[in-house]
Design a protein around this ligand. Sequence first.
Ligand SMILES: [Zn+2]
Length: 339
Amino acid sequence: MTDALSKLLSTRDWLMADGATGTNLFNMGLESGEPPEFWNTDKPDNIRTLYRGAVEAGSDIFLTNTFGGNAARLKLHNAQGRVRELNRIGAALGREIADASGRTVVVAGSVGPTGEIMAPMGSLTHELAVEIFHEQAEGLKEGGADVLWIETISAPEEFRAAAEAAALAGMPWCGTMSFDTAGRTMMGVTSADLAQLVEKLPNPPIAYGANCGVGASDLMRTVLGFFAQGSERPVIAKGNAGIPRYQDGAIHYDGTPELMAEYAVLARDAGVRIIGGCCGTMPEHLRAMRAALESRPKGPRPTLEDISSKLGAFSSASDGTGGCGHDHGAPRRERRRSR
Ligand SMILES: [Zn+2]
């Protein structure tokens, strides 16, 4: 146990991760369709501001601006030759901000999905997916990331490929999936499936969990599903700040700092060790979360009723684990998404 995240976890009951990347960068003028990773080289001060915003709001961990920094995604912008550079610099800027903070802050190298469907349903082979993730992992490692943070994954095949790439790069890692389809991922994975999957990997993650998805209520329901499997591995919760609504040509999230503070306390009481936000989570949300985590006494593990009464109704009747009859498992086209 020599990595920075494991060390920090061993000294604290909970750690706070960061909030949104995309939402914060759009607020700084990132155009829709422009790859955020280009700003690592073109507007490094904006990326420093993004990272510093999380650190100053109390985050113990923040994710690098490299979510879409793999060759499959960058190819859409004819930048597949820049994987190593964009990841190295995204991580190096993070290292700089973390090291200047005066406390231990973990730099987590964000690794998002390839955006392609893997074999046997799609055309992306396991070997190529591993190669794509490995290239990105080496760039993040070179830039000084403490840990790889594989996130917003839908397919178990892709999760396994990314885990294998972490092993090839000799990096500790964390992994989260996005449960956005009536409690399941777009590819039909349930909370129970993921809890079992991580324990079967030859190099299991330091922590695993859920990010993004629908709203904070659904995410908390998924988290209870991990604990129902008796998992002792640290769990991660990174929920969106409310539900996205399209308004005046932009996506808005309706979650208030108070709601996210409530969510953070519920997550901690459920037993989550790493608590953060995803889309829509701004520094003011993080500050409210940190203040609540530090000031409010620990309570019992919340029930589903506690969660829906404090955070709002669930988006579907079931969490997808019970053979609920929804039409899941059929692959849809990968939606473009950001964090
Ligand atoms: Zn998100």
